[in-house]
Design a protein around this ligand. Structure first.
Ligand SMILES: Nc1ncnc2c1ncn2[C@@H]1O[C@H](COP(=O)(O)OP(=O)(O)OP(=O)(O)O)[C@@H](O)[C@H]1O
Length: 255
């Protein structure tokens, strides 16, 4: 499809000041518009990798290249496991903030933020404060805030791990719907085989100590994906394959 990837990692390594070698020798190309899941055991360097791509931490080896130009490196939205909303501000003000920080006037920022809240099913909750919202709703606000600037790359670090399963499934579906409509690029960190297979077009399995890529698996099921896919034989087969790769990644370390 696209000739050049959105971002290319070449022999990327990160050693923390403590001496921990968090990741080593990571080569990874992420295509524009792709949905890539990073899956691996605790401590394999998923968050470290995400933070380096986001420019929040610097690699101590190798390089991270943005073939489309340096501007792409800043064109990023980030969603963490904790929604990290401003508690004293309404849902609308939380979502409008990135636009105001970028210099947009208040009225236009509010209008765009309201439209974005509607797209994550929160129409009518513009004036609500975070404490009045459920965990799933707070996460929707966080996703709206990350997407309101229409970033090319959306990075998500275990965004739904703290939510109950029904809420998680619903947010999985909403995220896919948004992605299909706009085709921003997604880099999604998760511990869950089931979630990664449901969402991603490609699953990068990592192993620990030092963190590295162990397998790179395409999930070639068509979109839109919904309950039919979640209960299909193809889904179960993909989950088995990814589970095996993850088991292998963990055994490599144990052995
Ligand atoms: N700021 C830091 N200083 C020192 N060591 C760190 C720091 N951040 C992470 N590490 C170490 O680097 C390794 C990789 O951590 P990282 O958080 O990237 O893994 P992860 O795969 O995201 O883990 P989890 O799934 O548990 O969130 C771990 O051994 C961790 O202890």
């Amino acid at each position: 499809m696209s000739a050049a990837p959105l971002v290319s990692l070449r022999a990327v390594a990160k050693r923390y000041a403590t001496g921990t070698l968090a990741v080593r020798g990571v080569d990874l190309d992420i295509d524009a518009g792709d949905f890539v899941a990073l899956l691996g055991p605790s401590g394999c360097g998923k968050s470290t990798l995400l933070r380096m791509v986001a420019g929040l931490a610097a690699p101590t080896g190798g390089s991270i290249l943005w073939p489309g130009g340096a501007a792409a490196a800043k064109d990023i939205g980030f969603v963490f496991q904790e929604p990290t909303l401003m508690p004293w501000a309404t849902a609308l003000a939380n979502v409008a903030l990135p636009l105001e920080l970028a210099g947009m006037g208040r009225a236009e920022a509010a209008e765009r933020a309201a439209a974005m809240l509607a797209r994550v099913e929160l129409k009518g909750f513009e004036a609500a404060y975070p404490r009045a919202l459920s965990g799933g709703m707070r996460m929707r606000v966080s996703i709206a805030r990350a997407l309101v600037t229409r970033p090319r790359l959306l990075m998500m670090d275990e965004p739904f791990a703290a939510l109950d399963e029904i809420t998680r499934f619903r947010l999985n579906n909403d995220l896919l719907r948004l992605w299909e409509a706009e085709r921003f690029t997604v880099l999604f960190v998760t511990h869950s085989v089931f979630e990664s297979v449901y969402l991603a077009r490609r699953i990068v399995v990592m192993a620990a100590r030092p963190g590295r890529i162990e397998a790179d698996l395409p999930i070639d099921a068509a979109y839109p994906r919904g309950e039919d896919f979640r209960t299909s034989a193809a889904y179960a087969a993909h989950c088995r394959g990814v589970s095996q790769a993850l088991g292998h990644a963990m055994a490599v370390h144990a052995g």
